[in-house]
Design a protein. Structure first.
Lengths: 383, 262
């Protein structure tokens, strides 16, 4: 019998046959694995140690930037908040500021304060959601239930303001969509005070927990130089000792009239990265209280736009501090009702570059601690 | 017997039927009367509200009639709209006279170093832009990295210009280390030739990668490669990032790639 020749199968484009090594094993984490979110991390491990990590996002890519080119400035609002529905006010903020620059309208004072309150409430809602996930993937199920429950307080508050629980579409060029209800100040103050009291209790159960400290301290250390070099932003950057918060460095709306403090930690490990958002929530409570005090009690909440507004021929790049870090929006306008090109530069996408850097040399068991400490939201990175 | 009995029973049934009919009619009549009362009450209370509704409905019919001429009008009245447009540039001209000094100082540094190759796009408060020829992009980026405190890339935007047969790439650079520069965003823009039938990686749409100078552009450049087909030479990892591996269409952010149903 002649030797049977096995025909080599032609591989589809993009796929390749890999040389099998006895020592190094390739492991796909995700995209279905709940611990990875909607993304895949191709991890190569040698024993228990990660040799190489290759993030593969794009499973929830929806072409927001392409969609924006065929819709006008107003109809773009609801779909541009979809990348992070839990932080919908903050992801919409740079776009709205940019459109205001292009159309050339002023925002009433009261609307600016309402925006700041809504943005800070939304930041807390996002961080609570993220904290719940971080807790459950470190095996701390109480830390899943507490934030998921306390989050409802603020969601109810946002529902009172905007009418929607999660996807608000509340900010529009020129102000906000509708006014806050009567006696909102009292309700908001009461809820926020109780919320602050609640999140202070997280320290006892989570942040001072020796098991959590053992798992997260000194894992995935990102030095100050590398955090700058990799261009990380938000909580990742501030956990590495860089004092950079856009609410202070480049204040938008009324942040310059409020007393805002940033939280900076120097350790740069997963513990510091997980603590910064929690400290941010406490700071947000302070900001909300100040804004409630200083907010004009009455007045207009939006400047009316012309129907189908046209941006002047120009380009703008605006950025704000979202729940995860800097969120930027680059709009190129050509004097038409639709943007010529709209680019969302989101913090999850910018922080993703730190993931392979941090995972190399870590144990596989530390992967959830490092990955979720990056404050990464896969849908935002894919847009 | 049976007949009389039947007659009797039939008479009883008839009586019952007629009674039931009478009671039924009475109930229905009462209900109708009550309904009329209610409607009268409702009308009396809502009489103020119903009138505007009727009025509101009428304009709705009229509005489209108005909007149609509105759509036609802009075509005729375009010069009218251009007049206010012409006014803002004059305002910007006055602003350009008093350019922000700090921004101007570091843009002048770049433009004086590379006279002829660098063109100042705009100088606004906190936002500046320099347009660079693509052959000089590496040198200019190196100069910025060495002499100015810009240390990371905020975002990289790729823009398609089919009329100019070019694709623009804009690097937005920011600074973490120098507090005086923390507000500044410098846009470093360049353009590459665009081909009608793109073959990403193998045609003339190529740029040198800035990854060696600004490490943070790595994923941004990968995204532009797949979305617009700009190949970055000396980039170590020119793979797809967001699109599926078997994507065999045009790069989707080019203007000639059309959304389905649009």
């Amino acid at each position: 019998m002649a030797e049977q020749v096995i025909p080599t199968k032609k591989m589809p484009p993009g796929l390749q046959v890999e040389n099998v090594d006895d020592r190094i094993m390739t492991l796909n984490v995700g995209p279905q694995h709940p611990g990875s979110g909607h993304m895949r991390i191709i991890v190569k491990i040698d024993g228990d140690y990660i040799v190489d990590a290759d993030p593969d996002p794009g499973y929830v890519h929806r072409g927001e930037e392409k969609m924006a080119e065929s819709r006008n400035y107003i109809t773009n609002i609801p779909h541009l908040e979809r990348p992070v529905i839990h932080d919908s006010c903050n992801i919409l903020y740079p776009y709205v500021l940019g459109v205001e620059d292009l159309v050339g309208i002023e925002v009433p004072e009261r609307a600016k304060y309402v925006r700041v309150i809504a943005a800070e409430l939304n930041r807390c809602i996002y961080i609570q959601y993220w904290l719940a996930i971080y807790g459950i993937f470190l095996g701390h199920s109480t830390m899943f239930m507490w934030p998921a429950g306390d989050r409802e307080l603020l969601i109810d508050l946002m529902e009172k303001i905007t009418g929607a629980r999660v996807t608000h579409a509340y900010f529009i060029p020129g102000g906000v969509r509708n006014d806050v209800p009567a006696n909102f100040e009292d309700v908001c103050l009461r809820q926020v005070n109780y919320f602050e009291k609640r999140i202070k209790e997280y320290a006892d159960i989570f942040y001072d927990n020796p098991i959590l400290k053992a798992r997260t301290e000194d894992t995935g250390v990102l030095s100050r130089e590398d955090a700058i070099r990799l261009g990380t932003t938000g909580s990742v950057l501030r956990a590495s000792g860089v004092d950079y918060d856009l609410r202070i460095k480049e204040p938008y709306d009324v942040y310059d009239e409020l007393d805002v403090h940033t939280n900076v930690l120097k350790a740069g490990d997963s513990y510091a990265r997980s603590k910064i958002p929690w400290l941010d929530m406490l700071e947000s409570c302070n900001i909300i209280r100040q804004a409630l005090e200083k907010m004009p009690k009455s007045g207009s909440i939006r400047t009316k736009l012309k129907p189908n507004p046209k941006g002047r021929e120009d380009e703008v790049y605006r950025r704000v501090e979202s729940g995860r870090g800097s969120a930027g929006c680059h709009i190129i306008s050509r004097g038409k009702p639709e943007p010529y090109r709209l680019k969302l530069s989101v913090s999850s996408f910018r922080n993703l570059i730190a993931l392979p850097y941090l995972l190399k040399g870590e144990k596989l068991g530390n992967m959830p601690a490092v990955y979720w400490s990056l404050n990464y939201w896969p849908v935002e990175a894919d847009r | 017997m049976s007949k009389s009995e039947k007659k009797a029973t039939s008479k009883d049934e008839d009586k019952k039927k007629s009674d039931a009919k009478a009671t039924g009619d009475a109930i229905i009549a009462a209900a109708n009367a009550r309904r009329e009362e209610l409607t009268k009450e409702a009308l009396a209370t809502r009489s103020n509200k119903t009138l505007p509704k009727e009025v509101k409905e009428k304009p709705k019919e009229e509005k489209p009639k108005e909007s149609k001429p509105k759509e036609e009008k802009p075509k005729e009245s375009k010069p009218k709209e251009e007049k206010p447009k012409a006014a803002p540039p004059s305002k910007t001209d006055t602003e350009e006279v008093s350019l922000p000094e700090f921004e101007k100082s570091f843009v002048d540094k770049i433009s004086s170093q590379f006279t002829g190759d660098v063109e100042v796009g705009y100088i606004k408060e906190n936002r500046t832009r320099v347009n660079v020829k693509k052959e000089k992009i590496l040198e200019v980026a190196q100069f910025i990295k060495d002499n100015l405190p810009f240390d990371h890339a905020e975002s990289v935007t790729g823009v398609d210009f089919p009329e100019d047969k070019e694709i623009g790439v804009v690097y937005h650079l920011g600074s973490y280390t120098d507090p005086t520069y923390s507000k500044q965003v410098l846009a470093l823009a360049t353009r590459v030739p665009r081909e009608e039938n793109p073959n990403p990686g193998n045609d003339s749409t190529k740029l040198p990668s800035l990854r060696d100078m600004f490490y943070s552009v790595e994923f941004h450049e990968r995204e532009i490669f797949e979305m617009l087909g700009v190949y970055f030479e000396s980039h170590p990892d020119n793979r797809r990032l967001l699109l599926p591996e078997d994507w065999a269409d045009l790069p989707p952010l080019r203007k000639d790639f059309r959304n389905k149903g649009r």
